[in-house]
Structure formats: structure tokens, C-alpha cells
Unconditional design. Structure first.
Length: 212
């Protein structure tokens, strides 16, 4: 329930731009253009530009007219009302697109986390199979690395991308694993190389240790 409320609050914040269009005298006529840029919608962008140009034309006419403000006022009102109508008409579609992108990102993250957990379990229960499909080996073509890094077998350039590692420490890891025939866990890696506890903890989510 809290997640739904949070998502709704986020969506409301994301569509607050529509209220800019109600700024008096057409000063917020650009609001639909903002939505168009954010949503990459050319039609909304064009409408925002059109209403803005009409409002600007009204202001120019107001400054240059000699007491005849009828045309100027009409243009300003047209740009203002047009922007308001457009903004609140497209607002629901903008909100759906915004929410759809968020939901897609959440779903993708959930799938990646689930895949990573399955791959770690495979590493524990069936190491040969995990090695065969390329778990932890993003350097191999077609490998199902699952977002993990096999510290015992991946090259130094891949290990260097792990949190808190870098090139120098990756080189030390590759050298040490040659002498020890690999590591059994993050604790073993940390103890062997005397790593900082924060570095060790940072490796838990991405590092796996398959036999060499």
C-alpha cells in the first residue's frame, strides 16, 4: 500500500509542470514544450512553441501598439488559454508514460536481481554447469554472466570493475589466485589480501568463486 502511495506521489510531482501554464498573461505558455522535451514527444513540443510564440507576439504588439491593445490582449489570452488547455489535456498521457517508464525500470531491476540470485545458487550447487554457461564471465562471448564476476577465472580488467577494486588490486588478485589455486569466498579473498572490511562487504553481491 505504501509503495502504491509513493508511486502516486511521485507521479503527481512529475506532472506538476502543468500548473506552470496557468501563470497569468501567458508567461507559462512554454509548459507543453517542457513536457514534450521530457517525454520526447514532438507534437507536445511544437504546441508549446506555438503557444509561446503567440503569447510573445501579443507582448510585442502590446509594447509597439499606440493605445490599441485589443489585438495584443487577444494574442496573449490565446497563448495563455491554449497552453493551459494543452497542458491539462496531455497531462494524463504524460503521467502514464512517466509511470510506465518507472514500472519498466522496477521490473527490469527485479528480474536482474532474481537472475543474479539464481546464478549464485547455481555456483554453489553445480559449479561445472555455472562455468559452462559463463556465470561471472562477461568477457566471454555469449556468456550468461548474470551481472556477476568470477574472481577465480575472470581477467584482471573485469575484476577491476568490481566495487572498491580497481586495476592495481585486480592485478594483485590475479597474482594471488595463481599461487593459491583460487579463493573459496569473499572472506578468503579478504584474508589473503588483507582487504578492508568495507571492500569485502561491497563484493558480496557481485563476486562469485568458481573452481579454477
Amino acid at each position: 500500500m505504501g509503495a502504491v502511495a509513493s508511486a502516486g506521489h511521485s507521479t503527481n510531482q512529475g506532472t506538476a509542470w502543468a500548473w506552470l501554464s496557468v501563470i497569468p498573461m501567458g508567461l507559462g505558455a512554454w509548459a507543453p514544450a517542457y513536457a514534450g522535451v521530457k517525454a520526447q514527444n514532438r507534437r507536445w513540443l511544437a504546441l508549446g512553441v506555438i503557444w509561446s510564440l503567440i503569447a510573445v507576439a501579443g507582448w510585442v504588439a502590446a509594447v509597439t501598439s499606440n493605445g490599441d491593445s485589443g489585438l495584443a490582449g487577444g494574442l496573449i489570452i490565446l497563448g495563455w488559454v491554449g497552453a493551459v488547455a494543452t497542458s491539462f489535456t496531455i497531462r494524463p498521457a504524460y503521467a502514464r508514460q512517466l509511470q510506465g517508464s518507472f514500472d519498466a525500470a522496477v521490473l527490469g531491476a527485479q528480474e536482474r536481481l532474481a537472475e543474479r540470485e539464481r546464478a549464485r545458487r547455481l555456483c554453489r550447487e553445480k559449479p561445472p554447469l555455472a562455468r559452462e554457461i559463463g556465470v561471472g564471465r562477461p568477457d566471454l562471448p555469449g556468456a550468461q554472466d548474470a551481472g556477476l564476476v568470477d574472481v577465480n577465472n575472470a581477467p584482471a580488467r573485469v575484476i577491476a570493475g568490481l566495487p572498491g577494486i580497481g586495476d592495481a588490486l585486480a592485478a594483485r588478485i590475479v597474482e594471488a589466485r595463481s599461487d593459491t589455486q583460487g579463493f573459496s569466498s569473499v572472506e578468503d579473498l579478504g584474508a589473503t589480501l588483507d582487504l578492508d572490511g568495507h571492500v569485502v562487504e561491497g563484493l558480496r553481491e557481485q563476486a562469485v568463486f568458481l573452481p579454477r
